[in-house]
Design a protein around this ligand. Structure first.
Ligand code: CA
Length: 249
């Protein structure tokens, strides 16, 4: 299941339309139809993102935004009926991250949602320690150990296994790994990725990284060769060309 999104919108037609579209993108979508229930649902759900209409019965969107932000950082896309309303809301600085003016296309909304979720993920500090079965990566010290025993990895090998670990089981294409680990330098290609994956497997365990045929690599923590969960979630590598490992979408 993708990120959890709460829609606070009193116009049922609009709420239904955007909820259906976001669900079709794989998000876990919930709807509240007025201000007070928006605040309550937000507290109960702890959503990853809130789409908040400005004009709402009970409490307006400004007040809902203030209240939900008091309880912790929640990314908010504020929906307004007119451009000048959006200007006004921006001026008040209530803590919305983005603004959309009605009418907007579902496609536009989906793009804004994806962009905001990406931005928020980038803000989050990476964890200090990544635990991959019996392998532990100490990110701060850049050290790897297996069953408590220090394993020497080269800096590139460490960056490679860290990138796969942070993807949390999602498949990374060779192109994406080239971007994240090598930053395109030295004209590294798909074969470079493959040889480093082989080295990491040799050092940390053959089963730790699984090959996803003609796509790339993913972390495999199931230990039984079965693929758990994220099989379909190929991370978009944009227009990067990584030869045989080119991303499929
Ligand atoms: Ca409304």
């Amino acid at each position: 299941m993708g990120a959890t999104i709460l829609i606070v919108e009193d116009e049922a037609d609009i709420a239904d339309l955007i909820a259906a579209r976001l669900r079709s993108e794989g998000y876990d979508v919930h709807v509240a139809v007025d201000g007070p229930s928006g605040v309550d649902r937000c507290e109960a759900l702890g959503p990853d993102l809130v789409i908040l209409d400005l004009m709402l019965p009970g409490l307006d969107g400004l007040e809902v935004c203030r209240r939900i932000q008091q309880r912790g950082r929640v990314p908010v896309i504020m929906v307004t009926a007119k451009d000048d309303e959006a200007d006004m809301v921006v001026g008040l600085g209530v803590g919305a991250d983005d603004y959309l003016t009605k009418p907007f296309s579902p496609r536009e909304l989906v793009a804004r949602v994806a962009a905001l979720l990406r931005r928020v993920n980038d803000e989050r500090p990476p964890p200090d320690r990544l635990i991959l079965g019996d392998v532990v990566l100490d990110v701060g010290q850049r050290r790897a150990s297996r069953n408590g025993e220090r394993i020497h990895l080269t800096p590139t090998e460490f960056d490679l296994i860290r990138a796969l670990a942070l993807a949390d089981g999602a498949v990374l294409s060779r192109a994406q790994l080239l971007l994240e680990v090598w930053g395109y330098r030295d004209g590294a290609g798909a074969r470079t990725v493959d040889s480093h994956v082989r080295a990491v497997r040799r050092k940390l365990g053959e089963d730790l990284i699984r090959t996803v045929h003609s796509v790339g690599y993913a972390l495999d923590l199931s230990g039984d060769g079965e693929v758990s969960g994220h099989e379909a979630s190929v991370v978009d590598a944009g227009s990067v060309d990584g030869g045989s490992g080119e991303a499929r979408r």
